[in-house]
Design a binder for this molecule. Structure first.
Ligand SMILES: *[C@@H]1O[C@H](CO)[C@@H](O)[C@H](O)[C@H]1NC(C)=O
Ligand SMILES: *[C@@H]1O[C@H](CO)[C@@H](O)[C@H](O)[C@H]1NC(C)=O
Ligand SMILES: *[C@@H]1O[C@H](CO)[C@@H](O)[C@H](O)[C@H]1NC(C)=O
Ligand SMILES: *[C@@H]1O[C@H](CO)[C@@H](O)[C@H](O)[C@H]1NC(C)=O
Length: 404
C-alpha cells in the first residue's frame, strides 16, 4: 500500500532557499559577466568507467513508448558519486549520509520493446550549446535539476561547482541550467503561518491565485529555450482558491462557508495557468508528471518510512486514487495546452515518468539524509530521490525527448 505524502504538522524544508527572482536574475547576469575563457574549475573529475559511457550510440526505437517498462538489474557503475559531484544537496545525498546498501543504484529502466539510452553528457551539451533550460516547480524539480548538473559535469564541471545553487553555467558549451522555486506554479501567499487557527496548526494555509502564474518564474521564463514544469506535492496542503481575486473554494480548509473543491481543482487550474504562460514564452515546454512518494506503515507526518531494497515489478504496485487523478489531470492539461499551441512553433513534450518512479520505493533517502532536527519533526524522506539514483533516469528521458 503506497500512501501519498501528507503535510499536516510539519514544515517543509525548502523555505530557506527561496531566492527572490531579482537575485536569480542578478546571478544570471553576474555569471554571464564572469564567463572568461580559461576559468578552470578547481575540482577535476576522476576518470570512471560507467555503463553510462559504454553504451555508445544509444539505439532508440521511435515506435517505442519509453514510459512503459520495468526496472531491470544493471551491474554498471553510477555516473557520479557524492565524492565526484559536490552539488548534491544534503537532503538527497544518501551516500554521504551513510546509506549502507547501494543496491538501489544497480537498476536501469528498460522500456518495453527498446532501450532508453543512458545519459550522454557530451552529446547533451553539444546539442544544447548556446541554450538554456529552466526547471520550474517544487523541490523535486530541483532534485532533477541537480541530477542533470551532476550528469553533465562528466563532460564539463559547471560554475559554480558547489552545493545548493540555483543556476549553473557550462561555460565552454555556453549552456545554462536554472531552477525556479515555485511549488504551486501560481502566485501563492501563506496565511496564518503561525497556525493560530487550530484547524491549520503548523501547516499554514495558502492562498492560491489559480489564474495568476507565479511572477517569480513567469517573468523570466522567456529567456530560456526549454522549460521543464513539474509540481504536485504541495497541493496537499490546506489552501484557499482565488480566481480574479475572488475566493471560489478551497482544499482542506475546514471552513463551513467555503466549498472544498479538493486539490484536483487547484492542480488542474495551476497547470492550466502555468502552461499558458510557458507556451507563450518558451520554444520548448516539457511537463514532468507527478513523482509519487512511498511512505509505508504510516504517513509522512507520523512514522511512515521507506525501507524496501528493490524496485517493484509490474502489478506489484498501485498508486492511490488521488495520485492517479493527479496524474490524469496533468496529462489532460498537457494535451489541452499542446492542442492550443499547435501552429505556434512551440514544441510540447510530455515526460510521463510517474509509472517508472512509482516502481522505485527503494530509491528515496529514507533516514540517510541531512535532517535538521530542531526544524523538522519528520526524519524520514520518502519523497525526494537519492542522487545518484532513480531521478537520473528522468534526465535520460529528458535527453531522449529533447535530442533523442
Ligand atoms: C561520501 O560517502 C562516503 C560513504 O558514506 C563517506 O565516507 C564520504 O565521507 C562521503 N564524501 C563526501 C565528500 O561527502
Ligand atoms: C520497437 O518497438 C516496438 C514496440 O515496442 C517493437 O515491437 C519492435 O520490435 C521494436 N523494434 C526494435 C528494432 O527494437
Ligand atoms: C465565513 O464565515 C465566517 C464566520 O461566520 C466569516 O467571518 C467569514 O467572512 C466567512 N467567509 C466567507 C468567505 O464568506
Ligand atoms: C511494515 O511494518 C512491518 C511490521 O513492523 C514490517 O515487518 C515491514 O517490513 C514494514 N514494511 C515496510 C515496507 O516498511
Amino acid at each position: 500500500m503506497i500512501t501519498p505524502m501528507k503535510f499536516s504538522g510539519t514544515t517543509f524544508p525548502y523555505w530557506h532557499y527561496v531566492v527572490p527572482a531579482a537575485v536569480l536574475t542578478t546571478c544570471l547576469v553576474v555569471l554571464a559577466a564572469v564567463s572568461l575563457p580559461g576559468r578552470a574549475p578547481l575540482i577535476v573529475l576522476p576518470a570512471m568507467t560507467s555503463r553510462r559511457d559504454s553504451w555508445g550510440s544509444g539505439i532508440s526505437n521511435r515506435s517505442c513508448d519509453i514510459f512503459k517498462g520495468e526496472w531491470v538489474p544493471d551491474q554498471g557503475v553510477p555516473a557520479y558519486t557524492n565524492e565526484t559531484c559536490p552539488v548534491i544537496h544534503g537532503h538527497y545525498d544518501c551516500m554521504g549520509y551513510g546509506r549502507p546498501d547501494l543496491g538501489f543504484l544497480r537498476w536501469r529502466w528498460r522500456p518495453d520493446g527498446c532501450e532508453l539510452a543512458p545519459f550522454d553528457a557530451a552529446r547533451f551539451l553539444g546539442a544544447m550549446s548556446g541554450k538554456s533550460v529552466a526547471f520550474v516547480g517544487d523541490s523535486l524539480a530541483r532534485n532533477q535539476m541537480h541530477s542533470l548538473v551532476c550528469l553533465l559535469a562528466r563532460a564539463e564541471p559547471p560554475v559554480p561547482w558547489t552545493k545548493g545553487g540555483y543556476v549553473y553555467r557550462y561555460e565552454r558549451h555556453g549552456f545554462t541550467v536554472a531552477d525556479f522555486w515555485s511549488p504551486f506554479l501560481v502566485r501563492a501567499v501563506e496565511t496564518d503561518p503561525d497556525g493560530r487557527n487550530p484547524a491549520w496548526r503548523g501547516a499554514g494555509l495558502w492562498r492560491l491565485h489559480l489564474d495568476e502564474p507565479d511572477p517569480g518564474w513567469a517573468a523570466h521564463v522567456g529567456k530560456f529555450d526549454v522549460v521543464v514544469v513539474s509540481a504536485g506535492s504541495w497541493f496537499y496542503r490546506p489552501s484557499l482558491f482565488y480566481e480574479r481575486g475572488r475566493l471560489v473554494g478551497c482544499s482542506g480548509c475546514l471552513a463551513a462557508n467555503v466549498t472544498d473543491l479538493t486539490l484536483r481543482y487547484s492542480l488542474r487550474l495551476a497547470f492550466r495557468s502555468a502552461l499558458r504562460v510557458a507556451v507563450g514564452a518558451s520554444r520548448t515546454v516539457v511537463v514532468r508528471t507527478i513523482s509519487p512518494s512511498h511512505y509505508e506503515n504510516g504517513t509522512r507526518s507520523e512514522d511512515g518510512d521507506c525501507v524496501r531494497t528493490r524496485p517493484l515489478r509490474r502489478g506489484e504496485w498501485e498508486m492511490d486514487v488521488e495520485q492517479k487523478e493527479m496524474h490524469r489531470i496533468q496529462v489532460e492539461e498537457f494535451a489541452a495546452a499542446e492542442a492550443a499551441a499547435r501552429g505556434e512553433g512551440v514544441r510540447m513534450l510530455l515526460m510521463d515518468a510517474t509509472e517508472a518512479m512509482a516502481m522505485r520505493p527503494d530509491a528515496h533517502p529514507g533516514m540517510y539524509r541531512l535532517w535538521e532536527k530542531e526544524r523538522f519533526r519528520v526524519s524520514r524522506d520518502c519523497l525526494h530521490w537519492c542522487l545518484p539514483g532513480a531521478m537520473d533516469t528522468c534526465n535520460d528521458m529528458l535527453l531522449h525527448l529533447l535530442i533523442g
